[in-house]
Design a protein around this ligand. Structure first.
Ligand code: NDP
Length: 285
């Protein structure tokens, strides 16, 4: 007899703005490829409506939800539990429902680490790292790099308070030493740096001609220069770093892997990573 279960499992993302968030494309492609009757939707949720939205996703038995700007920190008060890494980072981008409980985790930094290991073939252990930026993406990446045994982390940020608070977090809660550098004019990356990571939104579409203020003459062969900006994948920063002989790692890989981790948390299945990457590549400039 044919199945009479016409109900789809629902996941998605709460954000404001959210219309142009491309994550839906890779999840929908992943569900189709995996033969899962699941749907991913972009939900436009204003900051003041997050509590109602979280109550709604509980009531309607969503299997999980992603959070993007401005909800990654505000969502903490609506959850039953959070993972230790998410507690350290102080932000949640993925919620999974386990029975009646909502559990929060953060896959951004883990997605970056997977991209680093699997695409750039680089182990973060013992590496000397420069992170440009101290916002949500920078926090997640810096904490995960420290937990993975980075040798030293320099946080370079325009706003002192944000940069110093991230450095304090790393120094207080991990065994990796960190220092803060105030970002004023062109920043010169120290010669012994292994990884340079743009964790700001500089260069994100449509501002594709923008580049972080970095002295490119200090970028050398032997350094791995990474960008969190997923669109366009080849940012001006990465193009100029390649011209200086450095290896590069784009933000598309991080976006795919942070989603792949969420896919597995939600469905219990391995994620079809190649299909997810292709779905985004087809959509991006
Ligand atoms: P936040 O707003 O939390 O942080 C932005 C950071 O960029 C801050 O440190 C800010 O400095 C800095 N910044 C912005 N503009 C400038 C500028 N003109 N000069 C110097 N510094 C600047 O954003 P998120 O951390 O959430 O997101 C940052 C980027 O990461 C976005 O492009 C987003 O698309 C990307 N991202 C990518 C993911 C992926 O999977 N590839 C996942 C998550 C995010 P200040 O503190 O001084 O304001």
């Amino acid at each position: 007899m044919a199945s009479t279960n016409y109900r789809h499992e629902i996941v998605g993302v709460f954000g404001d703005p959210v219309d142009e968030n491309p994550t839906l494309l890779m999840f929908e492609a992943a569900f189709r490829t995996s033969g899962l009757a699941w749907r991913y939707q972009n939900f436009h949720v204003k900051a003041e409506d997050l509590g109602a939205a979280m109550a709604g996703m509980r009531a309607m038995n969503f299997r999980g939800i992603n959070l993007t700007i401005p909800h990654k920190v505000a969502v903490l008060r609506y959850l039953d539990r959070i993972t230790p890494e998410a507690a350290l980072i102080g932000a949640v981008n993925t919620v999974v429902r386990d029975g009646d409980a909502l559990i929060g985790t953060n896959t951004d930094g883990k997605g970056f680490l997977m991209s680093l290991r699997l695409i750039a073939n680089t182990n973060p252990n013992s590496k000397r790292v420069v992170v440009l930026g101290a916002g949500g993406a920078a926090r997640a990446i810096a904490v995960e790099l420290a937990l993975a045994g980075a040798n030293h982390i320099t946080i370079v940020n325009r706003t002192t308070q944000r940069g110093e608070s991230l450095v304090q977090l790393i120094n207080d809660k991990t065994s990796t030493p960190a220092e803060f550098v105030w970002w004023l004019g062109d920043y010169t990356v120290p010669e012994n740096t292994d990884l340079v990571i743009n964790a700001t939104n500089i260069g994100l579409y449509p501002h594709v001609d923008d580049k972080p203020s970095v002295n490119m003459d200090a970028i050398r062969p032997g350094m791995l220069v990474c960008d969190v900006v997923p669109n366009p994948p080849r940012t001006r920063f990465l193009i100029e770093a390649t011209a200086k002989g450095a290896k590069t790692l784009d933000g598309l890989g991080m976006l795919v892997y942070q989603g792949a981790i969420a896919f597995t948390i939600w469905t219990g299945r391995d994620a079809p990573v190649d299909v997810m990457r292709q779905a985004l590549t087809d959509a991006f400039v």
